[in-house]
Design a protein around this ligand. Structure first.
Ligand code: DTR
Length: 340
């Protein structure tokens, strides 16, 4: 009897040992949770790229990281983005650098009239430029990626065919591109994209100046039945991360994010270029939007008015101790390389 009890006891001890040692499932670690803030509504391109990045990071880290996204300014709005991320209100934030021309001088040089041909070339150029200069204004954050819009065009309620048509017209832009509208004689009304639908609805502005994917994504085609192709400047964006949140990440997660930097710039540029085409097809089909193309002479007149802008930027940047001339030259060289 005693023998049987001790045998049973030994069997139980052995089974427990075997279960815990060989069969035990390692405790499932809680995923690292990160908040990602964005300012425009969910269907727009900054948020589409955000969802793509989230999915890729979660997939490539095998669920080690869980990212919660906040589109539509629900966590941080356009103007609070950079400081909100520095201060830790969000772990990650997407910002339009062109909204703060004086804060991001080097990277905003890409939004000068330098003929960057499309979002893909502009995004790759911007990412290279950032990595070459690593400007001080980013020293408090980890930069995860950068990308740019397609070139900007005019979307208006009334047709703009000549410089006389745009004179005095209230048109919305933001940041450095506002100077372009002023140079053409428009009355520039400055506001971020997120405030524009209401301004158009209420008639505060008669049109806007931006890349054309917004005709569909914000349904501007409903109100703006005319598009004038100026193919002017791109807008540069950055995705930045709070430095403490970055430093807390394990090395393998950091590597996944680092490896995604250039890839995400390319993905977003290509997405944007394709989406502009889709948006314009939709606008023409749904609202019969007219696309106005300049003659060569008309285009030359419009471009001439922008010529002083680059020289002025170089002078201002140089006065602030930056190699203004070299930055412009580098943008031209890098973009030419990517365009080829
Ligand atoms: N062109 C800039 C930036 C921009 C272009 N498309 C979107 C969509 C959502 C937010 C910002 C932007 C602008 O006009 O603000």
């Amino acid at each position: 009897m005693l023998k049987r009890v001790s045998f049973l006891l030994a069997a139980v001890i052995f089974a427990t040992f075997a279960l815990t040692t060989f069969l035990s499932v390692p405790a499932v670690a809680e995923p690292i949770k990160l908040n990602y803030a964005n300012f425009p509504p969910a269907p727009t391109f900054p948020c589409v790229q955000m969802e793509r990045w989230k999915e890729e990071v979660e997939k490539r880290t095998s669920g080690k990281v869980a990212i919660k996204t906040f589109p539509g300014g629900t966590l941080l709005d356009a103007k609070a983005m950079m400081d909100g991320v520095i201060g830790g209100q969000a772990d990650i934030g997407c910002l339009c650098m062109a909204y703060q021309p004086g804060r991001f001088i080097v990277t905003n040089a890409t939004s000068l009239p330098l003929d960057l041909p499309n979002a893909k070339v502009a995004s790759l150029t911007l990412w290279d430029l950032y990595n070459q200069y690593k400007p001080d204004e980013f020293s408090q954050v980890k930069v995860l990626t950068m990308f740019a819009t397609a070139p900007s065009n005019l979307m208006t309620k009334k047709p703009v065919r000549t410089l006389a048509d745009i004179k005095g017209m209230d048109i919305r832009a933001s940041g450095g591109a506002g100077e372009i509208l002023k140079a053409w004689g428009a009355n520039m009304v400055g506001m971020p994209m997120s405030a524009t639908p209401e301004a158009l609805q209420k008639g505060v502005v008669q049109g806007l100046f931006s890349s054309l994917e917004v005709m569909k994504d914000f349904k501007y085609a409903e109100l703006c039945r005319f598009v004038t192709m100026t193919d002017t400047v791109i807008y540069p964006f950055a995705v930045v991360m709070n430095m403490d949140s970055w430093n807390r990440l394990p090395d393998d997660v950091k590597k996944v994010m680092d490896d995604l930097g250039a890839e995400q710039a390319l993905w977003t540029g290509e997405y944007m270029d394709a989406h502009v085409k889709e948006s314009m097809d939709w606008s023409k089909e749904t609202y019969n939007v007219e696309v106005i193309q300049f003659s060569d002479d008309e285009k030359a007149e419009w471009n001439k008015l922008l010529e002083p802008m680059v020289d002025k930027w170089i002078a201002d940047a140089t006065a602030k101790g930056l190699p203004g001339e070299k930055i412009i030259q580098d943008i031209k060289t890098i973009s030419k390389k990517h365009a080829e």
